[in-house]
Structure formats: C-alpha cells, structure tokens
Design a protein. Sequence first.
Length: 275
Amino acid sequence: MANKLIKSLIYDKQVSLSVLDTTELVNRAIEIHNLDEKGAILLGGLLTACAYMSGCLKSEKGAVSITVKSGDGSASASVSGDINGHIRGYADNAGNGLKGGVMTVIKDDGFFRPFVGACELKCDDVSENLMQYFHISEQIPTAVAIGVEMQGGKCVVAGGVIMQLLPGTSQENMDRAENAMQDFVNVAQVLKEYGADGIMDKFFIGETGGKGIYISFPEYKCNCSRKKIEGVILPLGKSDLLKLIEEEGKVSVHCHYCNTDYHFTAKDIEELFSE
C-alpha cells in the first residue's frame, strides 16, 4: 500500500487536519540505512513529520528540513523533503536515544529567505517535540500524534494525525479538536486497524462529506545524482582533485540520505573539466 497524506479543513473550516500513512516510507529508510528498532522509530517519526510539513509547502521550489541532535553530541538525525513529496533522511547512532538536545527546522518556501526555528528536545518522542516546536517557533497551536510500530525489524505501521488551529478558531472548535485527538493517543494502533482512508471515514466523514479533501503520495526519494555531485566537487579545482586521486586512488563522495557512494577516477576528472 502506497504512502498517503490526506489533508482537509474541518470544524467549520477552522481546523486543518492531516492524516498520514508512511509505512512504506519508513520501511524504505530501514532498508537503505539498516536501522535498528530504536533508530527506525526515531527516523520514521521524523520522516512522517517531514512528509506532513512538505505537504504544507506552497511554492514549487519549497523545501523543508528537520534536524535533531542530542545534547551530548552522541546521536543525531536529519530529514528533508520538498513540495513534490520526495522525503529522505538519515540517522547517526539514533539507537542511543537523544538525551536532550535541539530540534532545528528550516523551511524554504521560495520567498525571500528561509525560516529557521528551533526548540529544545523534551524527550525522544517526535510528537511531543514537534508540538513544542510549533508552539515556540511558529506560535501555531498544533496537536500531533505520530506513531511507528516495529515488529521483527520491519515497520508494520507508521503515520500520524495532525490538527492545526487556524487564526480565529472558536473556543467550541478548539474543544472539538482537542476531544477528537483523544482517539489517537495510540495512533499506530488506529492506523493499523483503519488505515488513513478509514480514519477519515470513521472519525471525520461528517465534517468533510468526502469533499474538500487533498490527497498526495509522499515517497522516499533522494535528490542526489552523479551530475549534482560533479557540481559539488567542481569548485575544488582540477589540480587538487587529481592530487587527491594520486594520494587516495579516487575521489569519493558519500550521500547520507540514500547511502550512495560516488567515485571519480583521474579519467572522470579529466572529462569533467574538458566539458
């Protein structure tokens, strides 16, 4: 079943609702990075959060990244995505836990300069940290329920339900949103039982009537390519690159997001600078 992001306005169109199924997205990350269970839960939660944020971008050049680093520097994870729903990420020693630290979010919607926000990590739970980020950095009341359930080294379900209050939301609709989120305390279990479409049908069909729903299909996809890596090494200059090859045997560039190594020989460098 494909990854899915369903968005709609509910409660008199005063509350933004997003429902995500990111199970395949998380399993692809596990496959690429050979993640242990703790690492998969952390990175999977961040990939789900990034899929949500990418779905909120407006500009065709829009992009977002989320990075978390533990307070002692022993662990970190980073995810990024674009308006096309291409999501990617990696984790370093994430299985150790975050042990405090900072979450940093960079949003570039193609206008003027990117927005950068940060908050201290309250715990290892992505939902709690994301809610705190929205409260402190963007000052938007946001309820987040993100879950990743693992079994036998594989993700059996991942996704989330996220509600955001729009400006001018009435107290009545604030209460309705708060009450509705109680159904998703164990969001992974609810997703496993109903799926993203089933959640919309069971819990919100009376609000949407099946109308005003936007659906997209995020996927794990890195934006690197050999051509882009050539653009990265080009400024180093021909002589320095050839010297490096003489010392190391080749020039190697590693992409953390897709765990791919790009290798360049002396012949490759000669051809690159002759173009």
